[in-house]
Design a protein around this ligand. Structure first.
Ligand SMILES: *Cc1c(COP(=O)(O)O)cnc(C)c1O
Length: 390
């Protein structure tokens, strides 16, 4: 059955820009267009907008304005944190060891892999439990005197699991090792106070919390050694050259402010819908497992593996029915390989290939969820029949 109205259940891939955020951005395209590095009034006006945005972000993160670096996206923030700190630490004291979890976003894991393959760093992966959660004691055991940087994802985009960042951060702090967390997925719903989290670096990307795509931020605690990855002009305290993207910086700050103000209301809206999906799917469909943690998980996030299902085919079948979901990370769509994250949790390939992620947002209604839950069981059944016929 072809449906005209498409229902969006993929907020972990990206979110629509909030109308209030768009309104805040619009004057900075054509009206207030000056280069914020210029001395004249045109420049002063946009510089003031950037500095106001930086103050807003710093207040929400609980840090100083000099500790906020605007970047082009969450991926760039992750790259700057990992590559910048690893290279600076090695230059400073010869540290050569990088410690990450096996459930990092590719923006972290492939940066770390490149630091290993092309820059001679020693890369070590922590182990995780079957929910994809890192044990702080495990971090403590693996830290070495020559560890340059530790990076652990705050909330995983594929399986929704939330890590005990504050506990891990306390351990790294005691051992004086730089600790980065990728909070790109987490920031939409979880607290981002960098002192409560005990982090030295934290990555954000606006499009995961109703801001625009193509803008991110990196928190860098004062005193953390970090080498700029992009050199040129002195913007962003010399850590990120390039004329500032004024409207998008304004948009990121506005979106983060709204996320902070509306955090509880947003959570209260999505969490019961998520719980409804998890219980209905696990009760009504055979050979299914919830992936990720049952309690320590993103409130808008439900993810599963179905034995004997072709995940990519399932997404296409659901799209025809009118539902936009994901099999995990948006970057992997069309890739027949099972996800690294699911494989690191120990799922057999036949399960890992049948993954489905449903992520909800402010616009999701319970009618949409019920309609989806009515369609899913027979879609899974048809998919399994197709897989068996091949
Ligand atoms: C989306 C995402 C990224 C990448 O952010 P972009 O702004 O799209 O580059 C990194 N890490 C996590 C956990 C994400 O969910």
């Amino acid at each position: 059955m072809m449906s005209d109205k498409k229902i969006y259940l993929d907020y972990a891939a990206t979110t629509p820009v909030d109308k209030r955020v768009l309104d805040a951005m619009l004057p900075y395209f054509s009206e207030h267009f000056g280069n914020p590095s210029s001395v004249h009034t045109f420049g002063q006006r946009t510089e003031a907008a950037i500095e106001a945005a930086r103050e807003d972000v710093a207040r929400i993160l609980g840090c100083n304005i000099q500790e906020i670096i605007f970047t082009s996206c969450g991926s760039e923030s992750d790259n700057l944190a990992l590559r910048g700190t690893a290279l600076a630490m090695r230059h400073q004291n010869g540290s050569n060891h990088i410690l990450i979890s096996p459930t990092e976003h590719h923006a972290v894991s492939l940066t770390a892999e490149q630091l290993r393959s092309h820059f001679g760093f020693e890369l070590e992966y922590l182990s995780v439990d079957s929910f994809g959660q890192v044990d702080p004691e495990e971090v403590e055991k693996r830290l070495r005197p020559d560890t340059a940087v530790v990076s652990i994802i705050y909330a995983n985009n594929e399986i929704g699991t939330v890590n005990p960042i504050s506990e891990i951060g306390a351990i790294c702090r005691e051992r004086k090792v730089a600790f980065h967390t990728d909070a790109v997925q987490a920031a939409a719903y979880l607290p981002v106070n960098v002192n409560q989290l005990n982090v030295d670096m934290l990555s954000l990307g606006a499009h995961k919390f109703y801001g625009p795509k193509g803008i991110g931020a990196l928190y860098v605690r004062n005193g953390t050694p970090i080498l700029p990855v992009q050199t040129g002009g002195g913007q962003e305290f010399g850590l990120r050259a390039g004329t500032s993207n004024v409207p998008y910086i304004v948009g990121l700050a506005s979106a983060l402010e709204l996320a902070e103000q509306e955090r509880d209301a947003r959570r209260n809206h999505v969490q019961p819908l998520r719980d409804r999906i998890i219980s209905r799917v696990t009760d009504s469909i055979p050979d299914v497992k919830l992936t990720g943690h049952s309690k320590d998980r993103m409130p808008n996030h439900a993810s599963f593996v179905f034995q004997g299902v072709d995940g990519n085919e399932l997404l296409m079948m659901l799209d025809i029915e009118g539902y936009a979901c994901s099999s995990g990370s948006a970057c992997k769509t069309g890739d027949p390989e099972p996800s690294d994250v699911l494989m690191s949790l120990g799922y057999p390939t036949l399960w890992a290939l049948g993954s489905l992620r449903i992520s909800l947002g402010t616009h999701t209604t319970s009618e949409e969820v019920e309609a989806f839950l009515d369609v899913l069981p027979h879609t899974i059944k048809n998919n399994r029949q197709l897989v068996r016929a091949h």
